[in-house]
Design a protein around this ligand. Structure first.
Ligand SMILES: *Cc1c(COP(=O)(O)O)cnc(C)c1O
Length: 407
């Protein structure tokens, strides 16, 4: 019986068809799910042969399949995948920066990004100025003759402030420098930074792209082939490639990314508007609540929904926030976002515990701030849980004769 071969008819680049992430022509008897290339090395037919994959520190078929899938989601060539998001960022910085160079970085970036600049790269003579990237005039003023890169994250972490990618891209272009956008929170399903003029999209695939909290990973996506080649060279030199198993797990997770992220984002928006009306809560942050200029940015940059991460402050500060998270039953306390379960973080005691209090409050992280990564549970279930936890802390503060929570 001969092989029936045909080429997939639907190009797998629309978010709705990620589940067709296969490279091979459709063939009788092929496994539906591509097998993992769990091998460190690849055979050659003879001396002088030059197969596409030779050694898995340089490239691997499972990793390559994830790379082409991520590239297609931004109409870009295959991306470059790494063992973690921070390994991807490190490779990006090593590919663009050397001693004496300068970076302009948004203050609202992931804490690990800040640590990389302040504690690892600065002793190598790479200087970084942190700015409020929501104020693009501040970004422009921070650019120096030795600036090589502008790095921003939008929505910011955990304040969810929005940065105008197009305005930053103009500044970068005028200065002849690269713009990188950490797009971990929205993923290419809800925001495509390259469409707005960014040079590089940065991902921790560990979060929403995997979506099931099973595989660490990072990725860089760009349309600049020269830069991609340089990044691949850095990855080969430093040995930072993703494992084939994690790439395979991520390829399974990414099939449902559009469905998950849209459903989770809808619940996040519903929950945000409920929180807005609650007298024990202040400063609810979610891009669906944006007004004025921020609303215009959200409308231009976001593809329909605004992401699954919400932040809000509990009245009563640090203690009230701690008692609140201990009373929750459906939301799990972790330092993580992007899973199918609803996750909650108290930045003041967790992600930002090392940051001096004044400095933390200065960047919008108050004692009572909580970050919620909304999962796939029905929104009503989450609202019920949050309502009972708020009632529990109201009851304890009354019985302790404490300050009324609405003070
Ligand atoms: C988690 C995260 C990172 C770092 O990714 P790892 O995979 O943990 O190394 C970078 N940026 C953002 C926005 C993140 O949430």
């Amino acid at each position: 019986m001969g092989f029936q071969q045909r080429t997939p008819t639907q190009p797998p680049h629309s978010p709705e068809s990620i589940c067709l992430n296969r490279l091979d022509p459709i063939c009788d008897g092929q496994p539906l799910v591509p097998s993992i290339a769990q091998s460190t090395t690849f055979q050659r037919s003879g001396v002088g042969s030059d197969p596409e994959h030779q050694y898995s520190r340089v490239s691997n078929p499972s990793v390559a399949l994830l790379e082409s899938t991520l590239g297609k989601l931004e109409d870009a060539p295959a991306g470059v995948c790494f063992g973690t998001g921070l390994a991807a960022e490190t490779a990006l910085f090593l590919s663009l920066l050397q001693s004496g160079d300068h970076v302009v970085c948004g203050r609202g970036v992931y804490g690990g990004t800040t640590r990389l600049f302040q504690q690892l790269l600065s002793p190598y003579g790479i200087e970084c100025t942190f700015v409020d990237s929501t104020d693009t005039d501040e970004v422009r003023r921070a650019v120096q003759p030795n600036t090589r890169l502008i790095f921003v994250e939008t929505p910011a972490n955990p304040t969810l402030d929005l940065t105008d990618i197009r305005a930053c891209a103009e500044i970068a272009k005028d200065a002849g420098v690269k713009l990188a956008v950490d797009n971990t929170f929205l993923t290419p399903v809800l925001q495509r930074p390259l469409d707005h003029g960014a040079d590089i999209s940065v991902y921790s695939t560990t979060k929403f792209i995997d979506g099931h909290s099973v595989a660490l990973g990072g990725a860089l996506v760009s349309k600049d082939q020269g830069l991609l080649d340089r990044i691949r060279f850095i990855r080969k030199c430093t040995g930072a490639i993703q494992s084939p198993f994690n790439a395979w797990l991520t390829l399974n997770g990414i099939k449902t990314l559009p469905l998950r992220l849209k459903a989770q984002s809808k619940s996040a928006a519903e929950l945000s508007s409920w929180l807005l009306d609650h007298d024990q809560i202040e400063r609810v942050r979610h891009p669906s609540l944006a007004t004025g200029h921020d609303a215009l940015i959200a409308q231009r940059q976001h593809l329909g929904e605004h992401g699954a991460v919400v932040s809000f402050s509990i009245k009563g500060g640090y203690d009230a926030a701690c008692r609140f998270v201990s009373s929750l039953r459906r939301c799990t306390l972790v330092e993580h976002v992007g899973s199918v379960e609803t996750l909650i973080t108290h930045p003041a005691s967790m992600t930002h515990a090392d940051v001096p209090r004044e400095q933390r409050i200065d960047v919008g992280i108050s004692d009572g701030l909580l970050r919620l990564s909304v999962g796939l549970e029905p929104a009503e279930e989450l609202i019920t849980d949050i309502r009972q936890a708020l009632a529990a802390i109201r009851a304890t503060s009354k019985s302790q004769g404490g300050v009324p929570v609405h003070a």
